[in-house]
Design a protein around this ligand. Structure first.
Ligand code: FES
Length: 168
């Protein structure tokens, strides 16, 4: 199936591309993938990546490489809340392992999995450049730092009380 980017998506990409020389359209690949991923509920299909490749006049394989390299991108459906826990060195030294164990136990899933109700996906990521607040995690666009199991519980309770995006 051929996917064509919407007029609005193309406009947003074109606006971003004004930062670069006209012959450097591929410079917009991160922005374009991030945008289409958001529009697609948090993950990228092969068709969407192909559409980005076509629009930026890039080889498909180059787009796949970018999408599979960055932990920002998802290549399969995810939960409505993606919890990215930093497991890099500063966070490890400050208790990331305990945070991961706590999250896995509380959500009943392992890292890389999604809860059956589709609410949460748990993901281990490399340094998110907030080492001063280690251990930390990111949910959506927001960073949560200096985590303890108690703080994690409070955050999850708050999220669980929020109405779902799909009218739950
Ligand atoms: S090591 Fe965790 S934010 Fe840098």
């Amino acid at each position: 199936m051929t996917v064509v980017l919407s007029y609005q998506t193309k406009q947003a990409i074109d606006c971003w591309l004004t930062k670069y020389p006209p012959e450097q359209r591929q410079s917009g690949v991160l922005f374009a993938l991030k945008l289409v991923q958001e529009e697609n509920g948090g993950w990228l299909t092969e068709n969407l990546m192909d559409a980005v490749a076509a629009y930026l006049k890039m080889p498909k394989i180059a787009v796949y490489e970018v999408a599979s390299f960055y932990s920002l991108f998802e290549l399969k459906p995810i939960g409505r809340h993606k919890i990215c826990v930093c497991t890099n060195i500063a966070c490890q030294l400050c208790g990331a392992e305990e945070i991961v164990e706590h999250l896995e136990k509380r959500l009943g899933i392992k890292m890389g999995e999604t809860t059956q109700d589709g609410r949460f996906t748990l993901k281990g990521v490399e340094c998110l450049a907030a080492c001063g607040g280690a251990p930390m995690m990111q949910i959506g666009p927001v960073y949560y730092e200096n985590l303890t199991p108690e703080i994690v519980d409070t955050l999850l309770e708050k999220i669980e009380q929020e109405p779902g995006k799909h009218g739950e």
